[in-house]
Design a protein around this ligand. Structure first.
Ligand code: ADP
Length: 371
């Protein structure tokens, strides 16, 4: 047995899983929510709660490593990194780029290191996989001096998931990852697309922050940046109001009044026009990226759907792929409509590019990376 503890310390929640790497099964797991709002006062309190919950299991299965999800690794961290004093400072320094995420990650890490002082703690960064992007892919066409002074560039996120899904895809196809050109669509509450050329991320839709790109549950994804200037001038919306608008009041929620894709699909099927438009915009944006990434990859072996929406919504997959027959992308309706939790083809037998559903498992990927 190889027990590895995975800790995901977010702004108001702490998720943990103790995973046995020999089987990939959970030995224990938990979610502590409403940190700072209810009985749990802060992240230190959340880690104490986690340790109480885990105590009986940890006595029998002490972890060989602890893997921590860290959102922003900047340009500094390109691989899983053993956490020492210097790395703690490094993660804190990167808080200017991820003010909502890195500080919360950090307090969780520090509390967990105090609670489990004799185990190696490893930071696994959401941005690391995308550090292979070429300058022309990560550079925004802004004043170069200003961009450099403030580390403005595309970083990309969901990297642990994109990398894991690419590996699972190669295993499923029985082909070396080094031969494959893939477009991975991670469609959850947060959503991003990634073009993967022979195992390396070459393009991804999230940018400096996890806001850019696809339409998400409550985030707008791509918009004309001048919309923000315009709203500031004509509607007098402040920076904080604009931040809330594009991060929390937009996306599916803004379009359909519902941020959860299940509700949007149900409403659209019941004839709700706003939900219908939300679904169309969602799928249209994804197709936009499939076309762009096909051009950048110069070939394509598979389009891969993953995460909550990608794995579960036959309706969304159909809306995305059905209009793309001219690119050779086709769906097998029977396979697409079948519910399953394993990697599978949803395109007809032998058709290339293939269309696949490959489940992601970020915690398992973090556990492997930490080990
Ligand atoms: P997170 O980014 O929070 O990890 P998930 O990957 O769990 O998110 O994805 C959550 C999204 O998946 C929600 O929008 C949810 O509605 C959607 N989802 C889950 N099951 C289905 C389904 N059967 N049909 C449509 N959407 C689904």
């Amino acid at each position: 047995m190889i027990p590895v503890l995975v800790v995901n310390s977010g702004s108001s929640s702490l998720k943990f899983r103790l995973i046995d790497l020999t089987t990939g099964d959970d030995l224990a797991s938990g979610l502590i929510e409403r940190i700072g709002l209810g009985e749990i006062k802060d992240h230190r309190g959340a880690v104490e709660q986690m340790m109480r919950d885990l105590d009986p299991v940890l006595r029998v299965h002490p972890p060989v490593a602890v893997g921590h999800r860290v959102v922003h690794g900047g340009t500094r961290y390109t691989a899983p990194t053993v956490i020492d004093e210097k790395v703690l400072v490094g993660i804190a320094d990167l808080s200017t780029l991820a003010p909502l995420h890195n500080p919360a990650n950090l307090v969780g890490i520090e509390a967990a290191m105090d609670a489990l002082p004799n185990v190696t703690h490893v930071a696994v960064f959401d941005t690391a996989f995308h550090q292979t992007l070429a300058p022309e892919a990560y550079t925004y066409a802004l004043d170069a001096e200003i961009a450099r002074a403030h580390d403005i560039r595309r970083y990309g996120f969901h990297g642990t998931s994109h990398e894991y899904v690419a590996g699972q895809t190669a295993a499923f196809l029985g082909r070396p990852l080094e031969e494959l050109k893939l477009i991975v669509l991670h469609l959850g509450n947060g959503a991003s697309a990634c073009a993967i050329d022979r195992g390396a991320s070459v393009e991804t839709s999230m940018g400096l922050t996890p806001l850019e790109g696809l339409v998400m549950g409550t985030r707008s994804g791509d918009i004309d940046p001048a919309i923000l200037l315009h709203l500031n001038r004509v509607a007098d919306l402040s920076i904080d109001e604009l931040d809330r608008l594009i991060n929390r009041q937009s996306g599916l929620l803004g379009l359909a009044g519902k941020g959860d894709m299940r509700d949007v699909v149900d409403a659209a099927e019941a004839g709700d026009e706003r939900a219908e438009l939300a679904l169309s915009v969602f799928a249209h944006r994804i197709r936009h990226y499939i076309g762009a990434y096909l051009a950048q990859l110069g070939g394509l072996d598979a389009v891969v759907f993953t995460a909550g929406i990608g794995e579960n919504s036959n309706v969304v997959r159909e809306r995305v792929i059905a209009p793309l027959a001219h690119l050779g992308l086709r769906l097998d309706a029977g396979a697409n409509n079948e519910r399953s939790s394993v990697a599978r083809h949803i395109s007809p037998n032998g058709v290339t590019p293939a269309v696949l559903v490959v489940p992601t498992n970020e915690e398992l990927a973090i556990a492997h990376a930490a080990y």
